[in-house]
Ligand binder design. Structure first.
Ligand code: ZN
Length: 214
């Protein structure tokens, strides 16, 4: 017989970005994010005061990691910029890269920056009550382009996993999201971005070839 799990209701508080009945949580401090931003001098100057500040945090409900089940939770991101670049999460691709994800805006405004293995960019703006669908195979990173906390619900298959190094291995994402000088945002190319070779692209699609097999 299959194992039965207990149903549960979890309350999202958009003001605080918290989730009741969470089974886990983690926090990222400003000082943890060295190397993410283009303006390293601005980052270093801010790290003096902000180094220990929690810039984003996650509370989640994770019943198990069984294929077919779901993990969901709430993420809260502080507003801010390093130089002209808006605050971002580290970002990831799912370790099982064919697994999708849903984000649902609860407070503030921001966007989901997505990059395909080949380097195509897509952006979905997220406001309150926007559902953002992140399809399988897209690397994704949240960006707070607003002036208050960005709070989102998320939900993804329980066996997805996360690969947090795929962005760093390419020298960052292909574009950066910066202040457009008019209170909004725009993108600029990241000159440090390196296109992935064919073997790396195949591996990100979950099709390891001879060169990539480990
Ligand atoms: Zn994800």
């Amino acid at each position: 017989m299959p194992q039965l799990f207990e149903p549960i209701g979890c309350v999202v508080d958009p003001e605080t970005g918290t989730l009741s009945n969470a089974t886990g949580a983690y926090q990222k401090r400003f000082g943890d994010l060295a190397g993410l931003y283009a303006d390293e001098a601005a980052f270093a100057a801010m790290a003096g005061d902000l180094g220990d500040t929690v810039v984003y945090e996650v509370m989640e409900f994770r019943p198990n990691e069984r294929a077919g089940d779901l993990i969901f939770g709430v993420t809260r991101m502080q507003p801010g910029k390093v130089g002209s670049e808006y605050f971002v999460t580290r970002g990831h691709i799912h370790r099982q890269s064919d697994r999708p994800e849903i984000y649902y805006g609860q407070k503030g405004r921001g966007l989901m920056l997505m990059e395909s293995p080949e380097g195509e960019i897509r952006i979905v703006e997220i406001g309150v009550q926007t559902v953002c669908y992140v399809p399988p195979y897209w690397i994704h990173r949240s960006v707070n382009t607003g002036s208050e906390d960005l709070v989102m619900l998320f939900c993804y298959p329980a066996d997805s996993g996360q690969d947090y190094d795929c962005i760093a291995r390419a020298g960052g994402m292909r574009v950066r999201v910066v202040d457009d000088g008019k209170g909004g945002w725009t993108t600029v190319d990241n000159p440090g971005w390196r296109p992935r070779d064919a073997a790396t692209v195949a591996a990100l699609y979950g099709q390891p070839n001879k060169e990539n097999r480990t």
